[in-house]
Design a binder for this molecule. Structure first.
Ligand code: SF4
Length: 386
């Protein structure tokens, strides 16, 4: 499919893009596949979903199997292998599932799985066991999720995810957001979506007018490579930000796709020019069939060493391992703090200089006014007996 053959009003219709999703069956007719790609597609049925929008596919470099967009769409044969330690549920989410559409792992926030459909099925997806199946989230499951959140007063923050919630109709999203907003203890609502990357025409005036009714509302999107920062993606992010919706980015470190300092700097700098704040850089999750896409942790740390100090701090994401088994996100990175002594902390600068930071004489950091300001409030988390 050549975008030049499609009338612009059709190409820019997000429903048309979803209806004309490019599937595993289409790829051999559209690309001169390598043997490895052919093996990946042959293994796909029954194991993992393959599919993307015509828009995202139009970014593929047909001449190179190493194109970062192509690598995220087309499986390689290695995806059919399960490496030691790989899991279908690498983040242990299924053990924190009080009701089918809720994952509650952290003290004050929950994940609401609003839909199981995505606009793309990413080669590195950590929720591949759930997405693209035949069992979309039902109305009853959504109602049970609202009920759980309403009776769980410590939930201050709801992250709507899936699947990709922006593949839902605007009216249905409005209903979900409205139900959440009606719960007094829900302070903020966030949405995780790859739509600005793979279906940017979905971010239209009607959608942003609806979303802005539900502030404070945040979007976390998922650009992995500077090649994805197209004029269309820029327009989509600008619409969200202009509607007062802060947009963050959660990238995944993918071996041979974005695993170089140069490629990561270009992505992070480019995101800032779109007013998208880099938030997380994930070390690849240990999900089945992705060993070939993961970097070593040492490589991830070397890449971070090539970022901090070399580009603006606003562009620096938190590098995290989302710990296998559900222990949560663990920040990792270069060791800047060498030693803490009573008199000094010894630190290393980004250029490798060793510097001593003098410690203050008094060390008691109690805030006396806390007792006044938070009088009568319960403890903040379970470390304090809450
Ligand atoms: S868009 Fe997100 S949930 Fe969907 S396949 Fe990609 S990573 Fe997984």
């Amino acid at each position: 499919m050549d975008p030049r053959d499609i009338p612009p009003e059709t190409w820019n219709d997000w429903r048309w893009q979803l209806r004309h999703s490019i599937t595993a069956d289409d790829l051999p007719h559209l690309l001169d596949l390598t043997a490895d790609e052919r093996a990946g597609l042959a293994a796909a049925p029954g194991l993992f979903r393959v599919g993307t929008t015509p828009y995202y596919f139009s970014l593929v470099d047909r001449a190179s199997p190493h194109c970062p967009v192509r690598r995220q769409i087309v499986p390689w044969g290695a995806e059919a292998r399960v490496a030691p330690g790989e899991l279908s549920d690498p983040l242990g989410e299924d053990a924190h599932n009080p009701t089918p559409a809720i994952i509650h792992k952290y003290p004050d926030r929950v994940l609401l799985l609003a839909v199981d459909r995505c606009a793309i099925y990413c080669r590195h997806c950590n929720r591949r066991r759930l997405v693209g199946g035949d069992e979309p989230t039902t109305r009853a499951e959504l109602e049970a999720a609202f009920d759980y959140i309403a009776r769980t007063r410590r939930v201050r923050d709801v992250l709507i995810s899936g699947g990709d919630p922006l593949t839902l109709a605007t009216g249905k999203l409005d209903y979900i957001l409205g139900r959440l907003r009606a719960i007094p203890h829900v302070e903020i609502i966030r949405m995780g979506t790859r739509v600005p990357v793979v279906l940017p025409m979905r971010i239209d005036d009607e959608l942003v007018a609806m979303l802005r009714k539900h502030h404070p509302f945040f979007v976390n999107t998922h650009f992995n490579h500077a090649k994805e920062l197209t004029p269309e993606a820029r327009r989509a992010c600008a619409k969200l930000v202009d509607a007062g919706i802060p947009v963050g980015n959660q990238a995944v470190l993918l071996r041979g796709v974005n695993s170089s300092v140069r490629s990561m700097r270009a992505l992070l700098r480019g995101l800032l020019t779109m007013r998208v704040r880099p938030y997380y850089l994930f070390q690849g999750d240990t999900v089945v069939g992705t060993d070939h896409l993961r970097t070593g942790v040492d490589t991830a740390i070397e890449i971070m060493d090539g970022l901090r100090g070399w580009i603006t701090g606003m562009a620096i994401p938190h590098l995290v391992i989302d710990a296998p088994g559900g222990a949560g996100k663990v920040p990792i990175g270069p060791r800047y703090l060498q030693e803490i002594r009573d008199d000094v902390a010894v630190v290393r600068s980004y250029r490798g200089q060793i510097v001593e930071y003098p410690q203050p004489a008094e060390r008691d950091a109690t805030v006396p006014y806390d007792d006044v300001f938070f009088a009568g409030e319960p403890p903040d988390d379970d470390r304090e007996g809450g």
